[in-house]
Design a protein around this ligand. Structure first.
Ligand SMILES: Nc1ncnc2c1ncn2[C@@H]1O[C@H](COP(=O)(O)OP(=O)(O)OP(=O)(O)O)[C@@H](O)[C@H]1O
Ligand SMILES: [Mg+2]
Ligand SMILES: [Zn+2]
Length: 280
């Protein structure tokens, strides 16, 4: 950084904006020896204008890249802190995917979805992944969310309970206006992940809110990923037809029939723990 600053300072010629008397003696950069002025002849005579030498051009380019990366870093921090994602979600990445427990096809789907996200977004293609507890639905969705956030795509990843509670809290403080504030804020995300749909309290009001959220994604034409333990019949029964039909239109449904990974990992953990106790 210091070196770059020095080059920028050294390669500047403060006197070049005054008319140059000796155009045959244009000063040179002391670092790269390229001239730091250029003679231009007009009807008013010949003048020497400032010109960037090679090392100054390089230093400016390096500075530009550095600023760009810094900006990226700041945006990434904002994207992550705006995602509502908790720390557990953040650790779920394709890099950490455990192939001995994770489903091969799910890995492929997540990978493709990430790589083709601009198409997915343009065509409003989302995913609804349903299945029994512990078989990697949240992990799968969080992998997509994290990879997109790494690419600076704004993502909101939130549990159905947290989301409906947030709306309720905002309503308590601001009345109906509060509901729209939260709903409108979801527009900022190119991808919205709703984890564990169906675990929120089952009332007419929460069902109406879920409809509003899904309808909002539909209207603004932006994708949605949903995870749920509910079967399609249960979903159809619980939410009204308008909700279910929108989900059908916006999401490809994946039935995850994998085993309970949580159970497998829990067993391994307790065996390891017992082993450690026995060996100590
Ligand atoms: N591909 C994977 N690689 C590594 N660990 C995984 C993978 N898939 C799932 N797990 C781990 O298995 C456990 C259960 O996964 P997850 O929470 O995603 O299941 P789920 O289907 O969302 O469960 P639920 O229906 O109860 O919400 C978690 O501890 C998770 O970290
Ligand atoms: Mg889950
Ligand atoms: Zn130079």
């Amino acid at each position: 950084m210091l070196a770059m600053k020095k080059i920028l300072e050294k390669s500047q010629n403060p006197n070049l904006d005054s008319p140059c008397k000796d155009i045959n003696n244009i000063p040179k950069c002391s670092v790269c020896t390229e001239p730091i002025g250029i003679a231009v002849t007009t009807c008013f005579g010949t003048r020497v204008y400032p010109r960037s030498c090679k090392c100054r051009r390089n230093a400016l380019e390096a500075q530009r890249l550095k600023d760009k990366n810094m900006e990226k870093q700041i945006r990434l921090k904002q994207v992550i802190s705006n995602s509502l994602m908790n720390d557990k979600f953040r650790k779920c990445t394709l890099r950490n995917w455990n192939h001995s427990v994770g489903n091969k096809n799910l890995y492929k789907v997540a990978n493709q979805y990430i790589n083709k996200f601009s198409n997915m977004k343009a065509e409003n293609k989302g995913i609804l992944i349903h299945g029994t507890p512990g078989n990697g639905k949240t992990y799968f969705s969080a992998c997509i969310a994290n990879a997109l956030m790494e690419r600076l795509v704004p993502v909101i990843c939130v549990g159905a309970i947290g989301l409906t509670e947030r709306i309720a809290q905002s309503k308590r403080t601001w009345g109906n206006e509060g509901i729209f504030t939260v709903l409108n804020s979801l527009e900022n995300a190119d991808l919205l992940v709703i984890d564990d749909l169906g675990t929120e309290e089952d009332t007419k009001w929460t069902r109406a809110m879920i409809y509003q959220i899904i309808e909002k994604r539909n209207v603004i034409n932006l994708p949605l990923i949903v995870t749920t333990n509910m079967s399609l019949e249960e979903l159809k029964e619980r939410y009204d037809d308008r909700t279910y039909s929108r989900l059908l239109g916006m999401c490809s449904f994946i039935n995850n029939t994998g085993k309970d990974i949580r159970k497998i990992q829990g067993k391994e953990k307790s065996q390891k723990f017992l082993q450690e106790l026995l060996n100590s």
